[in-house]
Design a binder for this molecule. Structure first.
Ligand code: UD1
Length: 417
């Protein structure tokens, strides 16, 4: 188990480069196999979840080659739809291989997905939708077996705009017979990125970014080169870290249109935010935190993946802040750890009440999931003195070189085994 050692109380100043989006990379990498050709995915983050996705691609028979941050997946000789002995159970995004394998082989065998312990995270929407598209499923001892003789398009109405289910249906629909319509589709930027990637391989998908996505099945696809979008959650994490340390940071590559909800809150507190095509500049030197009421939700609402980091920031906002978590029923483990650093937080079902304290104190805390780890790093950066954040392996699942990036911006942080 690795840990971050952080000497807090320093102001973040300088430039931080935002990496490619984890949640865009994972479905795009799985979808590469559909073309049985070479795909180069540029701006791909070099993080643990992506390494696991690459291992799964190799199990399928694809050849993988990294050049800097570009990952080339050659799936010309793929020959295996059984992913039961790979790392599928290590991360949630592995479920997307279900649609990709079905679209490619008409069959799939995969371990149930793992990932952060933030709720039950069932996959019933995925299974129901793919069943409607002519797939038969059986599940035994955590292994999902699926078979589709003739994958065919359908009109699917999602009960909730699930990101993963929308992606799985999109990927499965590309080579399916006829037209697939997804109603109440997720509208996240990563869905738009997946559509753009699939279309660059020859798919015919429209509507991503709205609640209705239409995919007209095609007979075959071809290889492509594609650059994925910057990670809006990583960008948001650094924006919050800059605010928490009253810093001044330029986030190279960050997109304002993807982080608007957060930027507006920070601007209301007095942070100056300027953005253009090259990134987002934040000057939080004169920030005066005020209490907020924030409810997480499907895009474009406030992202659940920034909820822990935002909570970390609001622990020192004078007055009472409320955060309501509506996406995952048990994304709350970070609150207990923040309390160890002096935060005053109470939880009633899915509603956190945060009573602002003047400052957080340094201490030893433990990350239990990816964004919890990010929230604790932010807290430790702002608390004067030496803190230890254990559980770096959770953070490394989703952040590329976070300690190096923060160090370049003046933070005193190091990673030890
Ligand atoms: C994706 C993101 C994750 C983000 C989440 C919400 C990836 C790899 N992960 O996760 O970082 O926090 O979107 O923005 O892209 N649900 C069901 N049945 C299903 C599927 C989902 O009940 O079959 C529920 C979930 O338990 C959850 C809600 O729907 O309460 C939203 O989940 P979903 O949007 O599917 O999240 P993921 O795709 O798992």
């Amino acid at each position: 188990m690795g840990k971050f050692i952080i000497e807090g109380g320093r102001t973040l100043t300088g430039k931080i480069s935002v990496s490619g989006s984890k949640n865009a990379a994972l479905p795009i990498l799985a979808a590469c196999i559909l073309c049985r050709d070479k795909c180069t995915v540029k701006n791909c983050p070099r993080i643990k979840d992506v390494e696991n996705a690459a291992l799964l691609l190799q199990k399928i028979g694809a050849e993988i080659k990294w050049k800097g941050n570009a990952l080339t997946v050659d799936s010309s000789n793929i020959n295996n739809y059984n992913l039961t002995d790979g790392p599928a159970d290590k991360y949630r995004g592995s479920i997307i291989f279900l649609g990709a394998l079905l679209g490619t082989f008409g069959k799939a065998k995969i371990s149930a997905p793992g990932g952060c312990r933030i709720g039950r995270r069932p996959i019933d929407f995925h299974i129901d939708a793919l069943s409607m598209m002519n797939t038969a499923f059986s599940t035994t001892h955590g292994i999902i077996s699926a078979s589709a003789k003739n994958l065919s398009g359908e009109e699917i109405v999602l009960k909730f705009p699930s990101v993963g289910a929308t992606e799985n249906i999109m990927i499965a629909s590309v080579l399916a017979k006829g037209e697939t319509v997804i109603q109440n589709a997720a509208r996240e930027p990563e869905i738009v990125d997946l559509q753009d990637f699939l279309n660059s391989m020859g798919a015919k998908i429209t509507g991503a970014g709205t609640s209705k996505i239409i995919s007209k099945g095609v007979a075959s696809l071809h290889g492509t080169e594609y650059k994925i979008i910057p990670d809006r959650i990583e960008a948001g994490t650094f924006l919050i870290a800059a605010a928490a340390t009253k810093g001044e940071v330029f986030l190279k590559n960050a997109r304002y249109d993807h982080t608007r909800q957060l930027c507006r809150i920070l601007e209301k507190c007095g942070a100056v935010i300027i953005h253009d095509k090259s990134g987002i500049y934040i000057n939080a030197k004169k920030i005066r935190l005020s209490p907020h009421v924030i409810s997480t939700g499907a895009y474009p609402a406030f992202p659940t993946d920034l909820q822990p980091q935002m909570m970390s920031l609001l622990t020192t906002a004078p007055g009472l802040s409320i955060i309501i978590e509506t996406v995952f029923e048990s994304r709350f483990l970070h609150a207990e750890e923040l309390k160890k650093l002096g935060a005053d937080i109470t939880l009633d079902e899915n509603r956190f009440t945060i009573k602002g304290v003047p400052y957080l104190k340094a201490g030893n805390v433990r990350a239990s999931d990816l964004r919890c780890g990010a929230a604790l790093i932010i807290a430790a950066l702002s608390a004067k003195g030496m803190s230890v954040v254990e559980g770096s392996e959770f953070v490394e699942r989703g952040y590329q070189n976070i300690e190096r990036k923060l160090r370049l911006a003046g933070a005193a942080i190091r990673l030890t085994d």
